[in-house]
Design a protein around this ligand. Sequence first.
Ligand SMILES: *[C@@H]1O[C@H](CO)[C@@H](O)[C@H](O)[C@H]1NC(C)=O
Length: 209
Amino acid sequence: GLPTCLLCTCLGTTVYCDDREIDAVPPLPRKTTYFYSRYNRIRKISRNDFVNLKNLKRIDLTANFISEIHKDAFRRLPQLQELVLRDNRIRQLPELPSTLTFIDVSKNRLGHKGIRKEAFKDLNKLQHLYITDNNLDHIPLPLPESLQALHLQNNNIQEMHEDTFCKMRDFTYVRRALEDIRLDGNPINLSKTPYAYMCLPRLPVGNLI
Ligand SMILES: *[C@@H]1O[C@H](CO)[C@@H](O)[C@H](O)[C@H]1NC(C)=O
């Protein structure tokens, strides 16, 4: 195949492969830190697509046709901070490395079983979690204390519990970081759980009807 830096543009350790009509992740230079491959035709992320990329910090695969991701594809990336998989056809999230600070999987096909139990529990650096425009029927729990923004608009979430965000047995608990929760566009009535927001700095955005 064509060497990646001829097919794409390499600037320092950043590789830009936007809009090149590629249908698979190209072999990346070992020192790649930022990889952009938006507006392509990638359908699948295989186990070894990102193998041995010890410096990789950001992957952006916005607007491809990805429907399948090997569960370990991102697991052994020791520095990965930002994972952007917006606007694809993903039904199942893979394992996520605990170094992530930013995840955007909006506009995909994540439903009831798309996110495994406690998927975000150990991501103790995670600040931004965007899962808008999917088919989720629940809020993925538990949410790490580091989380600042949780965007879940336009899903199918119908209920939440009083201790989804707070701790019903500990009224002194404050979840200071989480100041941006979006639940609009879900069939949920936020007025039904008035105690669920007591520990938060701000009310979630959504239907208070
Ligand atoms: C939403 O919940 C509140 C509190 O339980 C209730 O008074 C209100 O009628 C509900 N609204 C709808 C549209 O069900």
